[in-house]
Design a protein around this ligand. Structure first.
Ligand code: ATP
Length: 373
């Protein structure tokens, strides 16, 4: 990683050996003209992705994920910076010339072609010999468990089956890099989780460098070797999912948990002996909060706070409680905690909760930086 990327805090790729790098983004920036003005969609993003690594780009709508992916694919040219695939600067290469394959959320299968023809299409346009086409189609169909569907047309397949065909079409050429743009977002919840597992298995078997765009944090956590968190065109952090989770580089990465901030600060704030509390933001994960009334344990008073329960959602082994600092607090001060399923909290109750201080973080309000790493 070069010195010119100060925003890539906690970047654990710093020690990647050059020979292991499959895909490198070097200070990549993309600006678009926008009715006289300029939009910086991607702002000086750098990352090294290892051979065979699965990196998930995550972040809110408009943060520049898709644009980053499209620059790797060759569908957009960077305004500045370089995209390097296996040591080669690919600027000027057409998408087709780059050894990458892309899977989108709308699978874009040819409706009038059979599954076999859809799978073979990328090989046909590259003039692979007929026999090789047939053998590769068979191989990929078996890998994805769609061999019995080869003579059907996309319209006769379920959403999950269509997505498998789209995956098959991407892997059939054996590309250097796979690019996925929210490939599961059109599927229903159950199928999404199934396909996520399938993707994990596929990656374990095929082991290709993959860059995957999603705004689904669970997908990011379960699929990735490393998560790249983007906000406002900038890379916030790139690190293994557990690191991003346990040691968020800044307030943005901490995300949802930070919504607890103001409310918790109101009761905990003055007790935090960490300087001027108004300049600090206190953050804790929903699951690092305990409903003290159902645990046979005493908690140090400086770790506890009272909150008003607005919503109770049982989710199996846990309950998600939506809390507010008080009954009359505005909705934007609500936050969620995940407590034991034994919790008897009901909407309308005021309950004493305890925070696991060893998991809590303090952030600088002005810069968002995590001060407790
Ligand atoms: P989403 O999850 O909603 O797809 P994203 O993180 O993929 O969002 P991008 O699609 O990369 O975000 O867009 C980043 C920014 O660049 C947005 O502000 C978007 O409006 C802008 N943008 C993207 N493409 C263009 C374009 N062709 N012309 C002008 N602005 C664009």
């Amino acid at each position: 990683m070069s010195d010119t990327t100060p925003q890539t805090t906690l970047d654990e790729s710093a020690d990647v050996d050059d020979r292991d790098v499959s895909l490198r983004l070097e200070d990549v920036t993309k600006t678009f003209e926008d009715g006289g003005g300029e939009v910086v969609a991607v702002d000086s993003v750098s990352m090294d992705i290892r051979d065979g690594e699965f990196v998930v780009l995550v972040g809110p709508s408009g943060c520049g994920k898709t644009t980053t992916l499209r620059m790797i694919a060759g569908l957009e040219d960077p305004t500045e910076g370089r995209v390097v695939i296996h040591g080669e600067d690919v600027l000027g290469q057409e998408p087709r010339e780059r050894n990458v394959a892309m899977v989108f959320q709308n699978y874009a299968l040819y409706p009038h072609k059979t599954v076999r023809e859809n799978l073979a299409f990328p090989l046909a346009i590259r003039k692979y010999p007929k026999e090789e086409r047939a053998s590769r189609v068979q191989e990929v169909a078996e890998l994805l468990d769609i061999a019995e569907l080869l003579d059907r047309r996309p319209g006769d397949l379920s959403g999950g089956q269509q997505q498998r065909v789209a995956l098959g079409r991407a892997i059939i050429r054996d590309p250097e890099v796979f690019l996925f743009d929210e490939p599961l977002s059109n599927l229903d919840a159950k199928l999404r989780i199934e396909m996520r597992t399938e993707l994990n298995k596929l990656h374990a078997r095929v082991g290709k460098t993959s860059v995957y765009v999603t705004h689904d944090q669970e997908e990011a956590m379960t699929l990735s070797d490393r998560v790249a968190v983007m906000n406002d065109g900038k890379l916030q952090q790139i690190a293994p999912p557990q690191t991003v989770y346990e040691r968020p580089a800044n307030l943005f990465v901490e995300g949802e948990a930070v919504r607890a901030t103001r409310a918790v600060l109101q009761t905990l704030g003055e007790r935090l002996q960490a300087g001027d509390a108004t300049d600090l933001v206190f953050g804790v994960r929903p699951e690092d909060v305990t409903d003290t009334t159902v645990v046979d344990e005493s908690f140090p008073p400086e770790t506890t706070f009272d909150a008003y329960v607005t919503v109770v959602e049982p989710i199996g082994a846990n309950k998600d409680l939506t809390l507010a600092p008080s009954e009359s607090a505005p909705e934007d001060e609500e936050f969620t905690v995940r407590v034991d399923a034994n919790s008897t909290a009901q909407p309308g109750d005021t309950v004493t909760f305890a925070v696991d201080m060893s998991k809590a973080h303090l952030f600088d309000r002005a810069t968002g930086e995590n001060l407790t790493l």
